[in-house]
Write a protein that binds this ligand. Structure first.
Ligand code: BGC
Length: 484
């Protein structure tokens, strides 16, 4: 093994999931509804007729899933808590649901007993419907941040003796843009998508973004002020983001477009959270006052909130080509086109089982290094993975043979190693998405991201070849000898 392929022994690794995508049992033991329950029910065509009512039935089969983690040798497991299982109506004065808390307590206890480190995401897109009804959910910046803080405090209080790794929000960009601009995710508001509930996509995504930024900030401050001393954990946020190269590398405007695209996707959140400053300049310039301002009081909170790590969800990369025309009011990209081919016709990477996902490990390395240099915090890759070409229609017997996924993992681990050894980035962990095939949001149960095949009729789980490979890959890179 080449010297630059090594990873430190304490490098964290495991698999990830999210509550609504796997749990099912949506009306069991006092769980309140979330915006995803409503979204799937109102117009089933939006999710190919799928919903999370049963999903992988992890709520009942969780022990089997932890057995898989043990079998795969995982050191850590990233999962999310369903807010409306803990506080069915969601609000800061609403009652707690002890049965929901008990579910996560037993899950956490069992992880700890197995020697698997829990990584807990507080919010993975499933806002309590109660808050949506009460005040419009993320469109109410003032209310939502206070309710989120209370929810976070309950989790710190009830789980923080055993949970030392916290992720406040998963991909606030997707929640804001897909939920309020394209309308393809809950709550499905959009002024450009006819299938959606009407909303004002020129302003709403930016308001929802601010509500989530302030929610993160408040949760971090609560942890730092009242829990950190005793619990001694760390807290971060998981941001999605593709890496962008210029479509025409000889055109400075395309270089600028690529940079702006990443600012609109990542800087939007990372500037306030990690740099403690206003949104990126290019966003302010294009969006003007449609991008809400931070008040003095909010800036003081932003200044106080010390976030420990950058959670990176990374899947693919693209090319950016600038536009000359004036941007539309609903433009959320930074006035450019995104393409999978550059000017010379070169594809950005090898095609996977999903049109938007191409494997581009070289660009992943650039992405890691860029993010580390810009924001200066240790990075945990909190999601990375893919469906294999053609996997969508495969039987279990076919799908368990997944060389494309194995290659994807291997090449992306190589990129991490290069970024650490050659670019001196601090990267401390890796979570493969996902532990098992699950509800892929508006794509329903088609795309399969799991290292475990889920039979959605029998709920049987079958490990794919990639499931056991990660353990071997990490053992090799960490210099660990596995027992035969
Ligand atoms: C999300 C996951 C999702 C995955 C694959 C991420 O955006 O956090 O919930 O399943 O990408 O699309």
């Amino acid at each position: 093994m080449n010297k630059t392929s090594f990873l430190p022994v304490d490098f964290e690794w495991g698999f990830a999931t999210a509550a609504y995508q796997i749990e099912g049992a949506v009306d069991i033991d006092g769980r309140g509804e979330s915006i995803w329950d409503t979204f799937c029910r109102l117009e089933p065509t939006r999710t190919n007729g799928a919903n999370g009512d049963v999903a992988c039935d992890h709520y009942h089969l969780w022990e089997k899933d932890l057995d898989l983690l043990t079998r795969y040798g995982a050191k850590a497991y990233r999962f999310s808590v369903s807010w409306s299982r803990i506080i069915p109506f969601g609000g800061r004065n609403d009652p707690l649901n002890e049965a929901g808390i008990a579910f996560y307590n037993q899950l956490i206890d069992s992880l700890v007993m197995r020697g698997i480190t829990p990584w807990l995401t507080l919010y993975h897109w499933d806002l309590p419907q109660g808050l949506q009804n009460r005040y419009g959910g993320w469109l109410n910046v003032e209310e939502s941040q206070l309710d989120f803080e209370r929810y976070a405090r309950v989790c710190f209080e009830r789980f923080g003796d055993r949970v030392k790794n916290w992720i406040t929000l998963n991909e606030p960009w997707i929640q804001s843009i897909y939920g309020y601009s394209t309308g393809v995710n809950a709550p499905g508001r959009s002024s450009t998508n006819e299938q959606s509930e009407a909303g004002d996509s020129s302003t709403e995504p930016w308001i929802a973004g601010k509500a989530q930024i302030m929610s993160h900030i408040r949760a971090v401050i609560a942890y730092n002020r009242d829990f950190r001393r005793q619990q001694d954990g760390q807290i971060g946020i998981s941001l999605n983001g593709d890496y962008y190269e210029p479509w025409d590398s000889s055109d400075s405007l395309d270089w600028e477009a690529a940079e702006w695209r990443m600012e609109f996707q990542i800087g939007w959140f990372a500037n306030p959270v990690f740099l403690k400053k206003d949104y990126p300049e290019c966003m302010r310039r294009q969006l003007g006052l449609r991008l809400p301002q931070f008040t003095h009081e909010e800036l003081a909170l932003i200044e106080e909130a010390e976030t420990d790590f950058y959670g990176m969800n990374y899947y693919t990369s693209q090319f950016a080509r600038h536009r000359n025309a004036k941007p539309l009011d609903t433009d959320f990209r930074g006035n450019l086109d995104e393409l999978q081919c550059n000017r010379e016709g070169k594809q950005v990477g090898e095609e996977s089982g999903l049109y938007w996902l191409r494997s581009c490990p070289e660009l992943f390395r650039k992405h890691l290094t860029r993010v580390y240099r810009l924001y200066g915090k240790p990075i945990y890759v909190t999601e990375n993975g893919c469906p294999c070409p053609g996997e969508d229609g495969m039987t279990c017997a076919e799908a368990v043979n997944d060389p494309y996924r194995i290659r994807y993992f291997e090449s992306h681990l190589d990129a991490i190693c290069k970024s650490i050894h050659e670019d001196e980035a601090s990267i401390k962990g890796y979570f493969a998405w996902a532990l098992l095939d699950n509800l892929e949001w508006s794509d329903g149960y088609g795309p399969r991201f799991g290292v475990t095949f889920t039979n959605y009729e029998t709920l049987e789980r079958t490990p794919k070849q990639s499931a056991l490979m990660l353990r071997q890959m990490f053992a090799e890179r960490q210099g660990i000898i596995l027992a035969a």
